[in-house]
Design a protein around this ligand. Sequence first.
Ligand SMILES: *[C@@H]1O[C@H](CO)[C@@H](O)[C@H](O)[C@H]1NC(C)=O
Ligand SMILES: *[C@@H]1O[C@H](CO)[C@@H](O)[C@H](O)[C@H]1NC(C)=O
Ligand SMILES: *[C@@H]1O[C@H](CO)[C@@H](O)[C@H](O)[C@H]1NC(C)=O
Ligand SMILES: *[C@@H]1O[C@H](CO)[C@@H](O)[C@H](O)[C@H]1NC(C)=O
Ligand SMILES: *[C@@H]1O[C@H](CO)[C@@H](O)[C@H](O)[C@H]1NC(C)=O
Ligand SMILES: *[C@@H]1O[C@H](CO)[C@@H](O)[C@H](O)[C@H]1NC(C)=O
Length: 207
Amino acid sequence: MAKSTNVFMLILVLCLLQSALANMFSSLSLPDEYSLLFQFKENISINNSASFDSHAYPKVSSWNLNRSDGAGNCCLWDGVECKSGNVIGLDLSNSFLYGPISSNNSLFNLIHLRTLNLADNDFCSSQIPSKIGRVSLLANLNLSRSLFSREIPKQISQLRNLASLDLTGNGYHALKLQSSNFQNLVQNSSETLRELFLSEVNIDCQH
Ligand SMILES: *[C@@H]1O[C@H](CO)[C@@H](O)[C@H](O)[C@H]1NC(C)=O
Ligand SMILES: *[C@@H]1O[C@H](CO)[C@@H](O)[C@H](O)[C@H]1NC(C)=O
Ligand SMILES: *[C@@H]1O[C@H](CO)[C@@H](O)[C@H](O)[C@H]1NC(C)=O
Ligand SMILES: *[C@@H]1O[C@H](CO)[C@@H](O)[C@H](O)[C@H]1NC(C)=O
Ligand SMILES: *[C@@H]1O[C@H](CO)[C@@H](O)[C@H](O)[C@H]1NC(C)=O
Ligand SMILES: *[C@@H]1O[C@H](CO)[C@@H](O)[C@H](O)[C@H]1NC(C)=O
């Protein structure tokens, strides 16, 4: 009798401990991602004259912070894809996004993202933010025709799950990638990498 009570107590303690630990280490939940997405919207400019594509429209304009219909709302936002209660995809191609993305933009805290498409926007010849390396599950990154320029940050090689990378159409030699970083990128993602579109990118062999 006493023995089975002890076993019961032990199981109870283990259960409590497990849920406490789970809470402590629990990753980003949908309500967090909901506000991160909204902060992204607040921190990026829209410019309706900054596109050459007739299909373009500002997807984020319809994003609306509305707590009364719950955090799951953001999964219905234009361009947002969710799975198992997390934001896993963002397709904001052709969306009149304009100007540099600040390196502290909440976009880089969306750690469950697997797909990010920012193609066909105007990031005004800014550098690809180095924080992109933090989005470590990223498998598909599409920054084609988005007017990024300068050195591609070495942190891009931290994307170990990369399957597809498209950096085309940013202008002839506007984007530069040091060959050592190119090697790291290919090595670090060798298990997953399938497609690499780097035409016009200047891969610098001097280093
Ligand atoms: C980013 O968004 C947050 C939340 O909406 C806002 O408080 C902050 O001022 C914004 N920062 C910039 C640089 O726009
Ligand atoms: C919007 O984009 C156009 C074309 O790139 C540019 O000339 C204009 O200055 C931009 N407007 C603002 C407010 O930045
Ligand atoms: C917020 O969501 C509720 C419930 O879906 C809806 O009735 C209300 O119109 C929404 N408000 C805005 C500003 O979208
Ligand atoms: C985020 O970046 C903006 C613009 O670069 C800056 O004004 C702001 O102070 C930064 N916020 C933090 C917390 O670093
Ligand atoms: C990147 O996005 C553009 C615009 O949506 C699309 O045309 C292109 O095929 C995409 N690249 C890849 C590798 O999927
Ligand atoms: C990518 O590869 C380089 C060189 O092998 C290494 O220094 C770097 O730490 C790697 N990045 C990650 C996130 O593993």
